[in-house]
Design a protein around this ligand. Sequence first.
Ligand code: ATP
Ligand code: MG
Length: 576
Amino acid sequence: MSTPAAPAVEKNDFIRQIVRDDLAAGKHARVKTRFPPEPNGYLHLGHAKAICLNFGIGREFAGLANLRFDDTNPAKEDPEYVEAIKADVRWLGFEWSELRHASDYFLAFYLAGEKLIRDGKAFVCDLSAEQVREYRGNLTESGRDSPFRTRAVEENLDLFQRMRAGEFPDGARTLRAKIDMASGNINLRDPALFRIKHVEHQNTGAEWCIYPMYDYAHALSDALEGITHSLCTLEFEDHRPLYDWSVDNVDFPNHPELWSYLPGRGFPTVPSKPRQIEFSRLNINYTVMSKRKLLTMVTEGLVNGWDDPRMPTLQGIRRRGCPPAALQLLADRVGISKQNSLIDFSVFEGCIRETMDAQAPRRMAVVEPVKLVISNLPEAHEESLTFNNHPKNEDFGTRSVPFARELWIEREDFMEVPAKGFHRLVPGGEVRLRGVGIVKCIEVVKAGDTIRELHCTLDPESRHGLPGADRKIKGTIHWLSARHAVPTEIRLYDRLFTVPDPDRDEDGRTYRDCMNPDSVRIVRGYVEPSAAQLAPESGIQFERLGYFCADRHDHRPNAPVFNRTVTLRDSWAKPA
Ligand code: ATP
Ligand code: MG
């Protein structure tokens, strides 16, 4: 598998323009971004856009890009996800500058909380979650100050320390920022910074029983890592004032006492004042892209696990056979903007076809076989024919394909009573066998209604390479030597949903009700010997059938398994 190639044309979206301008103005010595997944599920197609953006900018501007696990919500997080996310980022062709966890900074977040208290900018609040909601107001009504807002600094410090020491039960108290209960932006109405949660953490064990809230932890992590441009999706636009408030009021660059222990622990910290910039999410129809829904599909057994080749997870897409370069192409094609849009699934499939067309060697396979016997060849006839591995690229070289008297062809390539416009094999008719010559069907051997064998004669004048080979004939079909073909499991995948908007829950309908019953069909077929030998994950085009991939887990040379990645053409396009 190849990694995404360097872009031929310079990308020029609004974020890259900001980065370019900032560098030209000498604002930063070096650009630094981060990709900050929460390890509470597997990454999906949407995350690929954020990965290509963050790591892409790091690479294009000779800067840095971190992978940071935003692990501030211990109850839902799991090391299994951490490992999968690392593998996914690498599979996409990227390597992080530093691997970080928000939990690396829990102490700094805590010390920053104490600083905010000392500065009169945070207080310990005893309101229950329900009371906090009541006091918060809504879009039309401003909120009311918490009765605990005026607590003395000393009392706040004491209570915050005791929260940390585990003296209070879950939910009894929070540390809240003191901002503005009348703000038009509800995120600024004294948001919580820390909550009590007596839960062990995958990284810090039982060390903490208070955990920072997302907005606060996210902003401070960016600042501590020296992130210059913090790129996130549009739903965080309303959170930007709180992001900036946290960065500005904690002010790490001027307060090394809050983080100076970190370098000693192997975290080379050069705090910055990061800038948050939002871009639109990737939305694709015919799929769902929420970790929560994907998790439900797995736990309810609607699919076979996270890496089911029908899943929009990166693990699923990978197992399906999509090359990483196709995701890079998708990210480039969709581009970066602030406009929300819905991308047609066919755009994604088009990126896979385009990438695989260039990358995948050609082979022959027969999915639904019927036997074709060439009666004018001797029983023991055997030849080795040379085929190009790629029609447009000689670098792929050639291979030998065994040819003999008995062949497998596709059942679909023969019609006993031909429909109008059918140009393949019919009784008494002729067709070209790819790379061999022209055969004529002289007999159809049946048992009841079932076709057992098609007996044909091969026109010796029409053999490949002879002058007669140019004889005009309408159809060309592929074939395999029955004696040499390797029996194969072929998994024909299709879209998982039948409607463009499975994500929209309405009239009691959910995505569960729109699953495509034909999203997978497993058949027994045959492949040529050189296809069986391919390594797992090799991408390939089976001529006339589609793009396939040797299954990552189940494929063996003596028991091959191929997944259909995508058909050769868009069969979902509106019928003419
Ligand atoms: P989900 O909504 O599926 O649960 P999430 O946004 O909660 O995903 P995170 O782990 O928080 O998942 O996401 C990590 C990063 O990936 C964030 O910066 C987020 O903005 C980005 N991201 C998530 N989904 C998309 C998407 N559809 N398009 C672009 N970026 C995305
Ligand atoms: Mg999230």
